[in-house]
Design a protein around this ligand. Sequence first.
Ligand SMILES: Cc1cc2nc3c(=O)[nH]c(=O)nc-3n(C[C@H](O)[C@H](O)[C@H](O)COP(=O)(O)OP(=O)(O)OC[C@H]3O[C@@H](n4cnc5c(N)ncnc54)[C@H](O)[C@@H]3O)c2cc1C
Length: 279
Amino acid sequence: MSRESTYSFEFYPPKTPEGTEKLAQVWRQLASLQPRFFSVTFGAGGSTREGTLATVKSLRADGLEAAPHLSCIGASRESVRDLLDTYREMGITRVVTLRGDLPSGAGPAQIGQWRYASDLVEFVRSHSGDLFHIEVAAYPESHPQSRSPRADIDAFVRKVKAGANSAITQFFYDAEAYFRFVDEVRARGIDIPIVPGIMPITNYAQLHGFCERSAIDMPRWIELRLRSFGDDVAGLRAFGLDVVTRMCERLLAGGAPGLHFYTMNQSQASTEIWRRLGI
Ligand SMILES: Cc1cc2nc3c(=O)[nH]c(=O)nc-3n(C[C@H](O)[C@H](O)[C@H](O)COP(=O)(O)OP(=O)(O)OC[C@H]3O[C@@H](n4cnc5c(N)ncnc54)[C@H](O)[C@@H]3O)c2cc1C
């Protein structure tokens, strides 16, 4: 395994004091695995602005590398500029730069001045130069709103040309989709690292909802087995660990430059996959 590989964990900002306390315990456990960074999501339109900032601050106070997500849909230039300056002062060196999604029912007036993540990447570069390592999102199974897989790859290439340094993918359970996406992007002359996003399987109903909303294809053989576990949570988790660990092994053996875990603010499943992989 290359020493340059990037392993990272993603959190969302907790909404309650109990959630905040629990998350700090989670990252202290995960920190012992020595990941490259912890990323913290950002609600579109700035809905979690304070929560994201507070979580990033606490991670920094624990001496950890934090990478805030930043979305541009519905955001003003001033608010993004202020956040970037705040992050610079906090010693942040990596941001995950996204378009985000407007809440359902929002109209064109709420889009704001930027339409796509590539606009935000351009702005971050023009405002902050090379200060930040810029991560962008990639979609091995295509973004649900894209006109075609080809149009989505065009959009990805645009983000890279605007100044992205590396990418993290949407989660998936079909390693072939990842390898094909990487091949297609490489054929376009893009050579930045594209790190697979890994969603551990711990809860069927929740995962089914995520897959529906994000247009992720859950392979039928996995779906059928997950459904068959019913109330057998331990059985489902054991199966989920096997399936996801095997996929990670395949991804790494096939050249994936690391893994990014969507932790859902839990440490157990990611830690176990990490341990089984012998990272
Ligand atoms: C790793 C990761 C982290 C995420 N973190 C967050 C988060 O913290 N907060 C949050 O709200 N959401 C987050 N998301 C979800 C993301 O915001 C949504 O998927 C959103 O719908 C698209 O964001 P994007 O940055 O990929 O957008 P873009 O790259 O702008 O793409 C959005 C759509 O527009 C199309 N497109 C792009 N450029 C053009 C163009 N010039 N012309 C025509 N079409 C174009 C693309 O094909 C795609 O369909 C995350 C997703 C990933 C994979």
